[in-house]
Write a protein that binds this ligand. Structure first.
Ligand SMILES: Nc1ncnc2c1ncn2[C@@H]1O[C@H](COP(=O)(O)OP(=O)(O)OP(=O)(O)O)[C@@H](O)[C@H]1O
Ligand SMILES: [Mg+2]
Length: 387
């Protein structure tokens, strides 16, 4: 039961909680042929949201994950495979499609090899040809097939920021912009978690993708929605709701970070499923502490990549110092100069370790990291209010 409702991977079907407003926006964009970029810190639910919407809409789609693409050729390969998968989904007569794609490439005077690999079409560009041009050609070939069939489709390019970090980023981004401006049937949905890089790619006037997409920024899911969602599952398991204290303990510890909500609920169900009563707040706390303990090595390893100053500032933020971090009081507290604090904060933000709320207050994005910092460095800092 727990794995089904609280997966640690993509949330599908009954495991998907709320996101009503974001879903509506994405559906509206898809219907209006508006390319869209979805951003959030890691593990907030970008991939789950896009796949959930695409599956509900029943529109043919394929997902390309650029996380593993370490160079332009690898991006090209991933994108061409995405095109092949999408072609596979829209074709009822593969033989006919093969001819159409061959015609498309020969009219465009491109020497690609088009054939079957098993049941699937395989598109192979000329050896040593340019990755950006090949990406453009493959996507435009897909568009031409979609146009012939008057069939709309979505290519979901996940972890798109990886392209922005490559030496040939501008050429690749240029190719994608060209495609995005040309297509009437193929819609592009991008998502990624490195907001710094994505902002640079999409909001900088000198970059090809400037102003191309509507942006959806994912935040955490509201308490009320999570409470309804969890209580429905609790009713199925124990024939009763969770006590309010249990729910608020879960929300306090995980800070409603979607991944950690699932980690914690998953463990709660695993340990209590067979009992007569749902867990109480104390059990929640115990399980969370055990989890911190088992994850402590991973957290220390992550912290070891930071400089002494960065770690100190991160810890100070974990202890509740959220504003005026270049003020005299904070500089004294951490024993650093103003410019070093500014530098360190930039690194911590770019690495997605700290975020900023609307009012500008800093916070630790990962609640487990925060809990571990408070545990590792007990009594090191007190929040500015307490001092
Ligand atoms: N709407 C949702 N309802 C319930 N759980 C969700 C929801 N969205 C995401 N989750 C859970 O949150 C975690 C992260 O989801 P997902 O992988 O979709 O996020 P992501 O932002 O794409 O992550 P990454 O940055 O690692 O690519 C998973 O455990 C998933 O099951
Ligand atoms: Mg993802």
């Amino acid at each position: 039961m727990n794995k089904e409702y609280f997966p640690l991977g993509i949330a599908k079907g009954n495991a998907f909680c709320n996101r009503v407003a974001e879903r509506q926006r994405l559906v509206k964009n898809i219907k209006a042929h508006q390319h869209t970029l979805i951003t959030s810190p890691r593990r907030y639910g970008k991939t789950s949201l896009v796949l959930f919407v695409l599956e509900k809409l029943g529109i043919p789609h394929a997902k390309v994950d650029l996380f593993v693409a370490l160079n332009a050729k690898a991006c090209e390969e991933q994108l061409i495979q995405g095109v092949q998968r999408l072609l596979g989904k829209i074709s009822t007569k593969p033989e006919r499609m093969l001819t159409q794609i061959r015609d498309y490439f020969s009219q465009a005077k491109k020497r690609w090899t088009i054939g079957f690999k098993g049941l699937h079409l395989e598109l192979t560009p000329e050896k040593d040809s340019d990755a950006a041009i090949n990406i453009m050609d493959a996507l435009l070939a897909l568009e031409s097939i979609l146009a012939k069939k008057r069939q709309r489709a979505v290519l979901f390019i996940d972890e798109f920021q990886e392209i922005g970090a490559l030496p040939s980023a501008k050429a690749l981004e240029g190719a994608i912009r060209h495609v995005a401006q040309e297509t009437r049937y193929l819609l592009l949905v991008f998502s990624g978690s490195n907001r710094h890089l994505l902002t640079y790619m999409f909001d900088d006037k000198s970059r090809p993708l400037y102003m191309l997409c509507e942006r959806i920024i994912l935040d955490r899911i509201d308490e009320a929605h999570y409470a309804d969602f969890i209580n429905k599952i609790a009713l199925k398991t124990w024939k009763r709701h969770f006590p309010d204290e249990t729910l608020s303990q879960i929300f306090t510890l995980t800070e409603r970070h979607p991944y950690y909500m699932n980690v914690l609920c998953n463990a709660l169900w695993k340990t209590h499923e067979d009992k007569a009563h749902p867990p109480d707040a104390q059990s929640v706390k115990k399980i969370w502490q055990e989890y911190i303990y088992t994850e402590r090595t991973r957290i220390s390893r992550e912290l070891s990549y930071l400089s002494f100053g960065q770690r100190k500032i991160l810890t100070a933020i974990a202890f509740g110092n959220a504003t005026e971090l270049t003020g005299k009081h904070f500089l004294q507290l951490v024993g650093l100069t103003g410019p070093s604090v500014i530098n360190a904060l930039e690194v911590l933000e770019n690495r997605d370790l700290v975020g900023r709320k609307e009012a500008g207050n800093y916070f630790i994005i990962d609640p487990l990291m925060k809990a571990a910092l408070l545990f590792f460095y007990q009594d090191s800092f007190k929040s500015s209010e307490e001092n």
